[in-house]
Every structure is written in C-alpha cells, then in structure tokens.
Design a binder for this molecule. Structure first.
Ligand SMILES: Cc1cc2nc3c(=O)[nH]c(=O)nc-3n(C[C@H](O)[C@H](O)[C@H](O)COP(=O)(O)O)c2cc1C
Length: 394
C-alpha cells in the first residue's frame, strides 16, 4: 500500500544527522521515494552527496538559487510529499517550525505542507528540557505533529540523559504508519498474537516451543502500514516492538487468552499467529527443582484453546504448523475452530518456518479455496494474508 509513496526527509543541524542516512535507506528499502532537504547547518555535519549517492536523487538545501526541484522548490516539495519527516530535528529547527518561520527551505516547505508531520528531536538534555524547547514541542504536538522520541541514553557531549534521537526503526515505523493512514484497514482494529508461550515448571524453567514471533510481528507491521490500529499480544521477548503498534506482553497461554479476550472488543479481525502451548505443567514449583530429584514425573494438563474461547464478531485467522498431512490437518483445524482463513506451513521445511525470515505457506479459506504461495519473506507472506483479510471484511 505504501510502495511508491513519497517522503520528504528534512535533516537539520544535529550531531545525529548521520543517522538520517539510515532512515533514508530504510524508507527506500520499503519502496518509498525519499526527497531529502537539508538545512545549512546539517550540511556542516554530513554531506548532501552521501544521500545523493545512496538514493540516486538530488538533495535540496537552498530556498533560492537551486533549480533541482523546480522554480518554487518549497511548494513542489510540499505538494509531492505524502508525509514530511524531520529527523534529526534540532532545537533551532523545532523552534522555527513551532513559530511558523519560513526563512529557509526546510521550514518554508513544512509550512507549505498540509501532510502528516513526523518530528524526531535530537539535542543535549538541557536544550531539550529547557522550557522554551518544551513549549515548542508541545505546540507542535498540539497541532497534530507526531513526536518520536527523544530517548534517554549516552549523549554526544558525554554523560547521559534524555535527548538522543529515537531509534531509526521507531522513526521509520511511525513514518510508515503515517503513510498508511488512508489504507484499506484505516479505522479498523486488528489483533495479532505472536511468539511461543512459556509454561513455567519452576522459577527458572519452562515448557515452550521454537516459535520466534517473526510471522506475527510481520503481520502487525503489515496491518499498521494499511492504516489499522494494531494490538500485538506478544509472547516473544527477543524481537523489537514494532513502532506505532500497541504491544501487550504475555508469557503463558492463560495470559495470552486473557489479553486477547480484552483486546478483541471492537476488533475487525483476530490473527492468531502465536504458537500457544497445548499443555502446561499441572503444578508450578515455587522453588527451583533440584537436579538431585532425578526421574521426576511431569504431570501435564491442557491449556485454554484461545481460538475456540475468544468470542466476538470478527474475522478469525488461524495458523497450522504441521509436520505431516499439511493441508488436510489445517482444514480440519479450520472447521473445528470455525475460522475464516487458515495459514498452513510445513515445519519440516529447511528454508522456512520457525525463526527463519522466510516462510512458504498455503492460505486456505472456509470455502475450500487453497492459495499455495512460493517461498517469500515473512513480510511478503503477511501482505498476502492481509490482502485476503481485507477481501473478507464487511
Ligand atoms: C558540534 C555541534 C553539535 C551540535 N549538535 C546539536 C544537536 O545535537 N542538537 C541541536 O539541536 N543542536 C545542535 N547544535 C547546534 C545547531 O547546529 C545550531 O543550533 C544550528 O543553528 C541549527 O541549525 P538548523 O536548525 O537550521 O539546522 C550543534 C552544534 C555543534 C557545533
């Protein structure tokens, strides 16, 4: 949905300017056309040529005497951008944006734009906490700008504090969300579950499985990029939370059930990509079980069946990870759990499945239609699944 859209990336005079290169690259990898505008101060930190070489596009720095964006560059740049991102945003640029200055190309372009504005401040802690900056940030937020960060951590000047520019994935995620705001899931709430649940045996040990959560995270991002309000109920603690998505961390199947039941109110779809344990230890020891206790018997009991237990009017999508009779078992599961779609994947395949970045799946619908997809990245698989969900929505 966001492929071919345009982002105007404004880079101002902060020590974090070098990180803007990675933001431009990441957006470009996502199929976004990036126009870079740099303030004069930004060009003291990083050279326009770096962006030009990596993006194969001219960089604009001057309001006057630069014909690369046409005779009225700020209007052309403002009109062609779908989203404007200022990263890093210096204290000075934030102040001028907050007060509507139009004395350089970046501020003039932002003033001329009526598109969503994403701002990532980056400066020394005292500059950020100064009441002048705080009031400028508040004014921009009040007008609808999305402020991403800053974060606390090591500062360029030494020491640590708040003021570091947000992680680039956070900035890119919020930009993708802004780009997808009018997508085919705009206004829809989608709940996605991800990861393998952990069922504790004692304070240090648990029964779990090899699910990484990558498929569920890719689905959450795919839904976000089409305008959905996404809730990710996650049992994975090894993946970075997707920006612009509400994450509900859980550990056990029971916790996942409770979080999912509360998240699905008003949802349009529930996508159960999590690998939920079918069994858990009947008792959990409060003390670490000593290895001297050789040959202990584990008594297991069934966990809650989340897909059958969560109620509400929404599209239900399940996953079937099978090692034999893939489609037959998946269809049985879809019927038993009254699903609208089931995504079947063969976990014996070496090049896909658990922990891999790729997956080879078949999407099966309740009318018996089977769509066998080739090996793809999990994000591409996610986009195909979301295409099917969109077709089913009322
Ligand atoms: C070495 C150095 C590092 C700087 N780092 C920052 C910074 O991280 N954030 C900031 O707001 N200003 C920083 N400044 C000050 C800005 O570059 C200065 O306010 C400049 O006028 C900003 O211009 P611009 O907002 O038009 O890009 C730094 C200045 C120097 C000399």
């Amino acid at each position: 949905m966001t492929r071919g859209k345009r982002v105007l990336l404004g880079v101002s005079g902060s020590i974090a300017a070098y990180k803007a290169v990675e933001i431009a690259r990441e957006l470009s990898r996502n199929g976004i056309l990036v126009d870079v505008v740099m303030t004069e101060a930004a060009t003291r930190f990083i050279c326009p040529l770096t962006f030009e070489a990596l993006l194969s596009r001219p960089v604009t720095t001057q309001l006057f005497d630069d014909a690369s964006s046409g005779p009225i560059p700020h209007i052309t740049l403002a009109d062609t951008a779908d989203v404007v991102v200022v990263a890093p945003a210096s204290a000075d640029t934030i102040a001028r944006l907050a007060h509507g200055f139009a004395d350089d190309l970046l501020c003039c372009t932002v003033l001329a734009s009526n598109r969503p504005l994403v701002i990532a401040p980056a400066m020394h802690e005292n500059m950020y906490l100064n009441p002048a900056t705080q009031s400028n940030v508040a004014a921009l937020r009040e007008r609808g700008a999305v402020l991403v960060g800053p974060e606390s951590g090591d500062l360029a000047s030494g020491g640590s504090g708040i003021g570091r520019m947000a992680d680039i994935h956070e900035i890119v995620g919020h930009t993708m969300k802004a780009l997808g705001r009018e997508g085919d899931l705009a206004g829809r709430r989608i709940v996605v579950t991800a990861g393998g649940t952990q069922e504790p045996l004692d304070p240090v040990r648990s029964i779990t499985n090899r699910s990484s959560g990558k498929m569920g995270y890719a689905l959450a991002e795919a839904c976000r990029d089409r305008g959905a309000d996404v809730v990710l109920v996650s049992a994975s603690n090894s993946l970075r939370s997707p920006a612009g998505v509400e994450v509900m961390p859980v550990m056990t199947a029971q916790q996942m059930y409770e979080a999912t039941q509360s998240a699905v109110s008003n949802a349009s779809a529930l996508i159960m990509a999590a690998a939920v344990a079918d069994f858990r230890p009947a008792t959990t020891s409060d003390e670490k079980i000593k290895k001297g206790q050789v040959g202990i018997d584990l008594h297991l009991e069934r966990t809650v069946d989340i897909l059958s237990s969560v109620h509400g009017e929404f599209i239900r999508v399940g996953f079937a990870a099978e090692s034999s009779n893939l489609e037959q078992n998946a269809i049985q599961k879809m019927t038993d759990k009254k699903l609208d779609l089931i995504v079947a994947n063969d976990i014996t395949s070496r090049d896909s499945g658990f922990a891999s970045d790729n997956n080879r799946v078949a999407i099966i619908d309740s009318k018996g239609g089977v769509d066998r997809l080739p090996l793809m990245t999990k994000r591409q698989v996610a986009d195909c699944i979301v295409d099917r969900i969109v077709q089913l929505l009322p």
